[in-house]
Design a protein around this ligand. Sequence first.
Ligand code: G3P
Ligand code: MG
Length: 252
Amino acid sequence: FSHGTSLALPMAIAHRGLSAYAPENTLSAIRAAHEAGHQWVELDVQLLKDGTPVIWHDASVNRCSDGRGRLRNLDLAAARALDVGSWFSARFAGERMATLEEALALIDSLGMGLNLELKLSPGHDTRALVEKVVPMAVGALPVGRLILSSFDPQALRMSRERDGKVMIGLLYDAIPDDWEALAEDVKAVTVHADWRALTRVAASRVTATQRKLLCYTPNDAAAFSPRWAWGVSAVISDDPGIFSEQDLAQSP
Ligand code: G3P
Ligand code: MG
């Protein structure tokens, strides 16, 4: 097991960009993360009706835009017509939905790293997402600054078939007992788990394989802190600035 040697992960990654301070999954949220001194962001990617990959979390646009309906029913022109900033704050009025291409260009220009989550809602075409997204992401960022993750094991298997070198992370709520078979199949470098569902036993099984363990989405550093000693390498937080190197020093 030799993958991931070039992976330089910080202890805290900005979830959906710096989503505590800027509208999630936007270029502003990426810039805000950079300005706050964070080196990595996590972003979600999905396909529009016309096949354009865009940075978006939900299956619908209801929560994070001034429109309504399913993301999958929009072409790029319709998606771009939405205001995706005002729901968060008037300061971000006029923010436009980011394409994956734009997000990758910005991240690379800022020298940042990216955990790109392949987000598949029911009815989505896994193969189409992988075929569009993986070459674009791999072409834009160096291997040590990109982790592809997904809750969908098929998306991870297809990503590995598409690219032998890209770093892959398994994404779970609670880590299942049989996680290691998938990890070996896709040569996963990292395992990402919901911090509230993480057990000490599951954590030790991951770290025993030399894979890095990441936890989403703790936003309370004190409540999270005992888990550093379980071998957690990094947290994916809406407000990563609340975590300090002192916390990580508790890790063995
Ligand atoms: O990738 C970690 C985390 O983002 C997974 O959950 O729903 O925030 O995409 P969600
Ligand atoms: Mg996500």
